[in-house]
Design a protein around this ligand. Sequence first.
Ligand code: SF4
Ligand code: SF4
Length: 480
Amino acid sequence: MSENNNAENASEEISLYQASKRIHPKWTTGFFSKLRIAAVLITQFVFFILPWFNYDGRQAVLFDIADRHFYLFGLVLLPGDLIFLSGLLFLSAFGLFWWTTIAGRLWCGYACPQTVYTEIMMWFDRFFEGDRAARLKLEKAPWDARKIRIKALKYLTIFLFCTWVGLTFIGWFSPIREVFRDFFNFSLSGTQWFAAIFYGFITFLMAHIMREQVCKYMCPYARFQSAMFDRDTLIISYDEERGEPRGIRKKNQDNQNLGDCVNCTLCVQVCPVGIDIRDGLQYECIGCAACIDACDEVMDKLGKPRGLVRYTTEAALEKEYPENKILSRMKRPRVMGYGVILAIVLVALIIGLFNRQTLRVDIIKDRGVMVRENTKGWTENSYTFRILNASDKIQVLNASVLDLEGAEITGIQKDLAILPGEPLSLPVQVAIPPEEYNSNDEGTPKKRHQKIRFVFSYHEQGDEEVRQFEEKAAFIRNID
Ligand code: SF4
Ligand code: SF4
């Protein structure tokens, strides 16, 4: 009896874990599908092709982490330029917030790498296995020779693609031509092998295996973006008032009581995250607009106006204003406020970038030798100049010293050529003659510690425009 009860209880056990089912979205054609294809082509052109561009004899875009140089065409950013990289990150993050307030999940639907690579993987699925119905059939089919051949070809292609992705990824951080040459020679460094395999594998895992699970459970942006939404944010929505009651039209029957939705479920079949847009706004929706294309096609066939599923706003759906006023709602304070902050940061960044000092000198006082008498009998202080040319051109440097009468600077030659990117350490001496030791002409005693200024003037080799800047330092007198 108790054995029977146990068996019954076991069979009634409810699993709290629900295994996810593979989603096989149906292929859509239509305006938004074309937009998504365009977004894939543009983003992948940037990712795969941009690193192959050369500028001035070097890779145009290269984030050389080992040498701590970031090249962006004519711009060379060094560790001291971190402020500009931070500014760029701020702009990207804040720009995303701003855009989300206006247009909801447009980033997710069209440009997010997760969406873009998932879309590419779905192209492979469709190319090798066919559209939704064929893929579902293949999934249920036994592992016969045909299925093995199709799967092998598909995964071989995906493997080659992910390898290409991984190698291109490291080509953003090491010269890409050398990366591909070393790959074919099997002479990539250990770090490069690791980075390429890791990135390629992550692309495969996230875009082919996990797909919508990443958006649903892993992406933090999906979680907090609702905080940026308001009633005027563009969303993809089903027009319940127009669509309901939904139902299939039957021949020779009065269909007068039915709404425009014919319950064909095409909007569900094309959804890459497997939701039904007719259930209302859901956090899983990535805003890809595939359901709009699918439903518009159905409406066209039925001879009804498009837009049963469409881009709209919550307020417009509730008839607070007509749909043609949606664009004008962009002028609301929240959007304008974000926009003004973005514009200020952008302008500041551009001004800062164009006026940034391309030659920098750090002055380090030689603590070992505070003060000494040189061969001429002058009082001498020693410094180390750490010079950095933050441009990609040779800079010609001259230095002089202020606030110290009769001072002589040695150790740095006139018109010193500084090579791009290579930090240079230079021992430099400043000396004053004996009459400058203790007092000035009026007999006023001079301080032992004096603040002095080094003046640096520099220009690009072959360019006449001279720039100048000052750096402060301390000079110690040999007071008796
Ligand atoms: S509901 Fe529509 S817009 Fe949202 S993810 Fe699914 S198909 Fe894309
Ligand atoms: S595609 Fe349009 S008509 Fe078909 S079920 Fe979806 S909303 Fe209804």
